[in-house]
Design a protein around this ligand. Sequence first.
Ligand code: HEM
Length: 187
Amino acid sequence: MTSPFMWYLNRGTGVVLLGLLSMTTVLGILATGRQFSARWPRFVTQGLHRALAGLSVALLLVHIVTAVVDEYVDIRWWQALVPFGGTYKPLWLGLGALALDLLIAVVITSLLRDRISPRLWFVVHLLAYAAWAVSVVHGLGIGSDSRRDWMVSLTLVCVSMVGAGALGRLGLGVAGWWQRRSIGGWP
Ligand code: HEM
């Protein structure tokens, strides 16, 4: 099947996904911080993080299905999962597949969180940063809109948001490590 509708839906979901995944990542970072109050408790941030993550997964499914079903370009099902095996813009499509694989690992370990070690969950969850970064490059490389002013602005906002959040999180992590080390509570 080929129709402009499928193509527009693929592009549209790609753009919204970029924003949603970035917000999900920032909310995940905020949910681990300590800036909470009675009016904005931690569970609200965690709930929003999970809700946006769920919405992103649903949208990602639509993004992939529209890319595969639209026969205007040749993208097979397996090429959405196996990085670097495709024929259509193989590098950029492969990065999308890689982002998907990383996200699948993050989602599965999150669903099994109560049954696996917290350390394993945490290490795999860190892959969400890589998935986000790889998907940004995928969008920039393959997107029909990636050179338009509004898309460049959206990408810059997303990169700044996640970059600032990740740097803040790293700073807090180092400060916490330093504090534990100075009071002799580490390792
Ligand atoms: C986390 C994973 C992904 C994210 C966040 C994402 C995001 C994006 C973004 C932002 C665009 C650019 C849209 C535009 O400029 O109009 C795009 C385009 C595209 N994506 Fe993805 N994508 C992901 C995974 C995938 C996967 C696994 C496939 C494989 C089927 C795929 C196929 C495509 C295609 C074919 C386009 C080009 C649409 C066009 O012609 O403009 N994406 N994606």
